[in-house]
Design a protein around this ligand. Structure first.
Ligand SMILES: [Zn+2]
Ligand SMILES: [Zn+2]
Length: 417
């Protein structure tokens, strides 16, 4: 069995791994890296050479380049039904924002949806001499870990989370006895806070602001984080005004319609009864003036209705902006945290609202990544990708100390296992 890495080496973005068995060529993910001014694509692979393409989950760093396979040939693309449905929302949005730089169109996205082959958690399919099994990765609804068994076996973790959240119960661990593991390393250098403690801190901060008549803007990712924040507030019986805006509203409805992918369905369902869906400009303006919580993309304040709300909340010392994820350096969210400033109508504004960060995460943190690696048999080769260089190195170093052969894959090389 041979592995070739086409992206995500020492970076978070454009995941793409080619697995070659004696007979089959299987591509794991084909994502993009969002960067300015244009998105970056993984190395090229010809559609006609592929027997199967598997999309681990809908995030663009795993799915963003997949519609390219619809341009010619007849590649078979496998993912969960939820992944295809989320891809429909995310890929269209990607085209709207960066269409000029993207070498496919809406037609190809529609074709992907139509031709995509739906797989279930726990299912095994056969592609030539390879058996491919799909396991729940616990990262976002529909996310997969992929196990490929031919004369050798390899487990691709995709993005994964060991921890239970309000929305998902977390990863369903794969077999321990494999020849190779391809692991993500996004937060190899970051220890995530204890979940319940984090939730309590978040909810009590929200209540403090709202009880004094303030507004809390929660910029959040449209997929999963926004809905999880609703669930957290619901779990603590938050009963003041709560609004949801932007793409997060469509994703909420998708989750409500696809119960089997949502472990915390009951909580999400009751939260959905207490939330006001913002669907037009008039409602948005009104929501921005009311005491309460507004959950809205984008999670790093880079576009989306969150920008509209941020401009209205920024100068009010009784209100707050609570960021609920890691903020990539250079984004408006990161700048808000570091310098307490936002750009409003082209000018810098000193933010008077309370600004805080709560590190919710859909990935495994340092300890979880380590804990998961340690379970594999001692001769498994560990390939570390999908993290900044320092993070990948750190996790590889840990694996070596634990007795494994750990590899930081390089561009253009093939690895025999
Ligand atoms: Zn992801
Ligand atoms: Zn990812």
């Amino acid at each position: 069995m041979r592995l070739r890495f086409l992206g995500a080496m020492g970076e978070v973005g454009r995941a793409a791994i080619l697995v070659e068995t004696r007979e089959a060529r299987i591509l794991l993910d084909y994502g993009v890296k969002l960067s300015e001014p244009e998105p970056l694509f993984p190395a090229h692979v010809a559609t006609k050479d592929l027997d199967a393409v598997i999309i681990s989950h809908a995030h663009l760093d795993h799915s963003g380049a997949a519609p390219l396979f619809m341009l010619n040939g007849d590649a078979k693309i496998y993912a969960t039904d939820m992944t295809f449905k989320l891809c429909d929302i995310l890929l269209r949005d990607f085209l709207k924002l960066s269409g000029y730089y993207i070498p496919y169109e809406v037609l190809e996205v529609e074709e992907l949806l139509r031709r995509g082959i739906r797989v279930e958690y726990g299912e095994t399919i056969r592609v030539k001499d390879a058996e491919i099994t799909f396991l729940n990765a616990g990262h976002i609804p529909g996310s997969l870990q992929v196990l490929i068994n031919a004369d050798k076996s390899v487990l691709y973790t995709g993005d994964y989370s060991l921890k239970k959240t309000r929305l998902l119960r977390g990863l369903n661990p794969g077999p321990k006895d494999v020849d190779a593991v391809i692991t993500e390393a996004t937060y190899a250098l970051v220890e995530h806070p204890e979940r319940r403690e984090l939730e309590r801190r978040f909810v009590s901060s929200v209540k403090e602001v709202v009880e004094t008549g303030g507004r809390v803007l929660v910029p959040a990712f449209a997929v999963s984080r926004s809905q999880e924040i609703m669930c957290v507030l619901e779990a603590y019986n938050f009963r003041d005004f709560m609004a949801l805006d932007g793409m997060a509203v469509r994703v909420l409805d998708l989750f409500l319609e696809n119960r089997k992918y949502i472990d915390g369905y009951q909580l999400l369902y009751s939260a959905s009864k207490h939330i006001t869906r913002i669907t037009d400009r008039r409602k948005r303006k009104r929501a921005a003036e009311r005491p309460g919580v507004i959950i809205s993309p984008a999670g790093m304040l880079k576009g989306g209705p969150a920008v509209f709300y941020a401009e209205r909340v920024a100068e009010d010392p009784y209100s707050a902006i609570f960021l609920v994820s890691f903020q990539i350096p250079g984004t408006p969210g990161a700048r808000l945290l570091e310098e307490g400033k936002l750009i409003h109508g082209g000018v810098d504004v000193k933010v008077k609202a309370r600004v805080e960060q709560f590190l919710f995460s859909a990935h495994s943190g340092r300890s979880e990544l380590r804990e998961y690696l340690k379970r594999f048999n001692p001769d498994a080769k560990i390939f570390v990708i999908h993290g900044e260089e320092d993070s990948c190195k750190d996790l590889a170093e840990f694996a070596r100390k634990a007795g494994y052969e750990a590899i930081l894959p390089e561009k253009g090389r093939s690895y025999e296992i």
